[in-house]
Write a protein that binds this ligand. Structure first.
Ligand code: B12
Ligand code: SF4
Length: 480
């Protein structure tokens, strides 16, 4: 069959960043392996995503269009699916990814142009669905499928997570790899990859599509991919996208030792995400020798009571030690904080900002807390507990870098935004930090960041790909 895959651009155009989407690259690889014809449309790189997508549909004539949609993009995806249905009603549309995994039935109910939804990882079961469609079989046995049956929405039981050992390499040849910016430097190219999936932790603000059980790939296979992928794409860097790269100390050490043995250091640099409680000084030293340059740490809050409230299970002291070790060893740190978490109040949000300065990493992110559907944090916000007040359910603004979707009872959304921007300015308007920032972006990307900031501060509302405001009143309910 002919299948077109895409992750839509965001309704708020100025907030789009083009990233090579690993989930789509794996899905495409699996479909190609099964001899389907696949194309990927890169909405975030398009000047006029809607027009160019419709032109692509016209030229390629796909039988199926698959959308990958985080919450902030589901409305755009729904709109685009409707547009495709208008010009090519025979095309089957599928939505997969985070939003539909959290809200399977609601997603199909809210967006009538989606024929199917997929809950969770879908490399195996998308083939089952396509097989059933081709043979005219019933859909009851397609694991994880959400579908329309006799005017009702049916949700099949989820299937097993993908077996990583059987996965083909991601189909990056369908992506314009030279058009994606590298991380933490202005020039060069990154090769994105994942050495394992799943996360055993239970941070209440996070949604984990890949489940709580960590599945890892054979480290020899990981290193083989790293060599082959960076050579094929002439990349001088690697991004490890594992939820917590260091979750298993023994394996992380073994992987790094293998990289050292096979001669990676000096040739390549890489970055990965981690937690302050899954690293040690010794492990960081081996990582550094194996080519690691930047480690991303989720600190989230500078208040212990708040950390406990979001089940982070880490301490401020662990954060201080982790960043100090990295500094001593020569690893750069990028630490993220979330403002307006459950249990936060006007004092603790300021403590968080003060703690971030005390920690003094090389890079910092201050995100707004987003009560994503399907998370414990989302439930608390819905119920107005832990000092939270949900402001709206406009999914297109469920984006941690935009103005808050939620405010604190004693600290308004406006004040949270002001605090966030002040925190960024105070952090980065210091010569060394400002230099870090300059070294990281090309001038054009810098302008985009600036445009995002101005757009957000100016409070520009969401806009659909058709240039109109979203009509669905469900999304604009102002709760209080
Ligand atoms: C790595 C990661 C990133 C990387 C992405 C890099 C990349 N090249 O893909 C970076 C750091 C760039 C990133 C950025 C952001 N991220 Co992020 N990220 C993750 C993380 C840790 C893993 C995602 C991943 O790659 N999984 C592995 C791949 C293989 O799985 P997958 O993408 O889910 O795809 C599978 C299924 O979802 C499904 N599927 C997906 N699409 C489709 C489509 C079809 C048609 C079908 C059938 C199936 C299907 O099948 C795929 C294969 O099995 C998750 C947290 C988590 N633990 O899952 C957060 C997560 C996805 N991120 C999240 C967010 C919010 C963001 C940002 C908005 C944050 C920000 N900084 O602004 C941005 C926006 C990115 C964007 N897409 O626009 C949220 C999304 C929540 C939501 N409900 O929308 C998550 C869940 C974390 C959280 N806070 O809960 N992220
Ligand atoms: S924030 Fe990180 S450590 Fe916590 S559950 Fe999500 S992926 Fe796991």
């Amino acid at each position: 069959m002919k299948i077109l895959l895409l992750e839509p651009a965001e309704g708020l155009r100025y907030s789009n960043f083009a990233i090579p989407q690993l989930g789509l690259a794996y899905l495409a690889a699996r479909l190609l392996e099964a001899r389907h014809e696949v194309r990927v449309f890169h909405a975030a790189l398009a000047r006029d995503p809607r027009k160019e997508l419709l032109a692509e549909v016209d030229a390629f004539q796909p039988e199926v269009v698959g959308f990958s949609a985080p919450t902030s993009k589901v409305m755009t995806a729904g709109d685009l699916a409707a547009d495709i249905k208008q010009t090519a009603p025979h095309v089957k549309t599928i939505v997969g990814g985070w939003h539909v995994t959290a809200l399977p039935r609601e997603t199909l109910a809210s967006f009538p142009a989606f024929d199917f939804g997929f809950v969770g990882e879908a490399e195996d079961y998308i083939l089952t669905l396509l097989g059933a469609l081709q043979n005219g079989d019933g859909l009851e046995d397609v694991p994880g499928l959400v579908w329309r049956r006799d005017g009702e929405i049916a949700a099949n039981p989820p299937g097993k997570p993908t077996d990583l050992q059987t996965l083909p390499r991601p189909a990056w040849h369908l992506f314009p790899m030279d058009r994606f910016a590298p991380m933490y430097r202005a020039h060069g190219r990154d090769y994105p990859m994942m050495s394992g999936r799943g996360c055993p932790f239970r941070c209440s603000f996070c949604q984990r599509v890949t489940g709580a059980v960590v599945r890892t790939r054979d480290i020899n296979d990981v290193v083989d991919e790293l060599f082959a992928g960076t050579e094929r794409w002439q990349a001088d860097g690697v991004q490890f996208l594992d939820e917590t790269f260091t979750v298993n100390a023994h394996r992380t050490n073994a992987l790094c030792e293998l990289l050292i043995e096979r001669g990676v250091p000096g040739r390549l640099i890489w970055n990965c995400t981690s937690r302050v409680d899954t690293i040690s000084r010794e492990m960081l030293a081996v990582m550094k020798r194996a080519g690691c340059r930047v480690i991303l740490l989720g600190m989230e809050s500078g208040n212990q009571h708040v950390l406990e409230g979001v089940c982070k299970n880490t301490t401020l002291q662990q954060g201080l030690s982790a960043v100090r070790w990295c500094r001593e060893i020569g690893l750069l740190t990028d630490v993220s904080f979330v403002l307006g978490l459950p249990r936060d109040n006007r004092h603790t949000v300021r403590e968080t900002v003060a703690f971030s300065r005390r920690l003094d990493p090389d890079f910092v992110s201050y995100f707004s807390f987003v009560p994503f559907p399907g998370t414990e944090g989302g439930r608390l916000a819905e119920e107005g507990r832990e000092n939270l007040r949900l402001l709206h359910r406009d999914w297109s603004r469920y984006q941690p870098q935009l103005s808050p979707t939620c405010e604190l009872l004693d600290f308004s959304a406006r004040r949270l935004v002001a605090l966030r921007y002040r925190a960024y300015l105070r952090f980065y308007l210091r010569p060394r930090k400002f230099f870090n920032l300059l070294a990281m972006f090309r001038p054009r990307s810098m302008l985009r960041v600036f445009a995002r900031l101005v757009g957000d501060l100016a409070g520009r509302g969401p806009r659909s790909e058709r240039g109109k405001r979203y009509p669905n009143k469900f999304h604009f309910v102002r709760l209080r």
